[in-house]
Design a protein. Structure first.
Length: 143
């Protein structure tokens, strides 16, 4: 059985809920307990998923912050301009040798663990690994 380290669990929970105003985009490779916690108003788009737990925050066209594998992997990358493909917005980035793609499809999504509703279904590709989750644009109402 996997037990999440308390610092990673706390960071992930604060990041997902937008509880702590520590700007991730100021410290590109900061530590996992502080570098990814932000307020929702700082972000253009936020997404999260479970099993393994992950959270992503897009900061306009400046940067994208990632907290992956329950906080085991935390990093921020420069953001490339998003691409609109119909009802889907796509952000691309790289970290070390990993190609990363975040796809947000504008269709209602329900968080599998909490039951919360979100306006976007999200697929996060990290290398060859696909992670599914939900996301929202903070400026748009929740469905």
């Amino acid at each position: 059985m996997f037990t999440m380290p308390r610092s990673a669990a706390a960071a992930m929970a604060m990041f997902a809920l937008g509880c702590a105003p520590v700007p991730a985009h100021d410290d590109p490779m900061g530590d996992s307990t502080a570098a990814v916690t932000t307020t929702e108003s700082d972000t253009t788009f936020r997404a999260h998923g479970e099993e393994p737990g992950w959270v992503v925050a897009v900061f306009g066209q400046d940067s994208i912050s990632f907290l992956l594998d329950y906080g085991e992997l935390v990093f921020t990358t420069p953001a490339l301009a998003p691409v609109s493909l119909g009802d889907t917005i796509v952000w691309r980035a790289t970290h070390d040798t990993l190609a990363i793609e975040l796809r947000a499809l504008r269709t209602p999504c329900t968080d599998a663990m909490r039951g919360d509703s979100f306006p976007a279904h999200v697929t996060l590709m990290v290398g060859a690994r696909a992670l599914d989750g939900c996301g929202r644009w903070p400026t748009e109402p929740t469905p």
